[in-house]
Ligand binder design. Structure first.
Ligand code: T5A
Length: 210
């Protein structure tokens, strides 16, 4: 059986990840791909959804180390029980965030040691990584103003200051510069233009798979 693949969408809050995921689904369906699995992080399993509700709760006070380990506990459970089995049976998995979020938010945003984060990743996930990552790049203020326009309030991360999100953005872009499987798309432009770039990125990846 042909191996499936794992496509991840990353970006700051309000960068348009949900819209991008719908676009990717449409591209895959247009190619006749029907076995598509959706994941989100933190979350995506019973255990990880419980951790997600704690991690996003604005009433929780969580140390950076505890936050990082909860992100990885959530991720390992998801990778081992959902993502790997799906990819092995030939499914296309579309992930709303994955490991790059920990590098950007805990490494960049919380200023934690990047090597320590990468060592944890290596210890618990080995060489597992997405086949393609679409990184939606946006100025934090613009992203957060989109979030606020939904009128649902801010979660624990969304309450952070602008500097935090600037560091997250810088870390995202630094990682992208060093990894050709990460495609950066300027998400500040119109939805139509962003969608067109997302389609090109996914089609070009599918072509490269043959
Ligand atoms: N986290 C996560 C870590 O710190 N470490 C980790 O390891 C992991 C995995 C998760 C939080 O956890 C943190 C990061 C996050 O803070 P979440 O809810 O999964 O939280 O992620 P959010 O980024 O908060 O999700 P959002 O729903 O806020 O962002 P989206 O999905 O990017 O936003 P979306 O697609 O709903 O779009 C927002 C609005 O903008 C509009 C949309 O219509 C929507 O109304 N929009 C546009 N408007 C104008 N022009 C465009 N081009 C537009 N694209 C979308």
């Amino acid at each position: 059986m042909t191996r499936g693949c794992f496509i991840v969408v990353e970006g700051l809050e309000g960068s348009g990840k949900s819209t991008c995921i719908s676009t990717i689904r449409r591209v895959l369906e247009s190619k006749g791909i029907t076995d598509i699995v959706y994941t989100r992080e933190p979350g995506g399993t019973s255990l990880a959804e419980k951790l997600r509700s704690i991690l996003l709760d604005p009433g929780e006070s969580i140390t950076p180390g505890a936050e990082l380990l909860m992100m990885y506990a959530s991720r390992v459970q998801l990778v081992e029980t959902v993502i790997k089995p799906a990819v092995e049976r030939g499914a296309f998995v579309i992930g709303d965030r994955h490991d790059l979020s920990s590098v950007a938010y805990q490494g960049g945003g919380r200023c934690m040691d990047m090597n320590m984060i990468k060592n944890i990743k290596k210890s618990v996930l080995g060489d597992f990584k997405p086949d393609l990552t679409v990184l939606l790049d946006i100025d934090p203020l613009e992203g957060l103003s989109r979030v606020d326009s939904r009128g649902l309030g801010r979660d624990r991360f969304e309450q952070e200051k602008r500097d935090f999100f600037q560091r997250v953005r810088t870390a995202y872009l630094n990682e992208a510069a060093a990894d050709s499987s990460i495609r950066v798309i300027d998400a500040s432009r119109s939805l139509e233009t962003v969608t067109s770039d997302v389609i090109s990125a996914v089609e070009s990846y599918l072509c490269s798979r043959g």
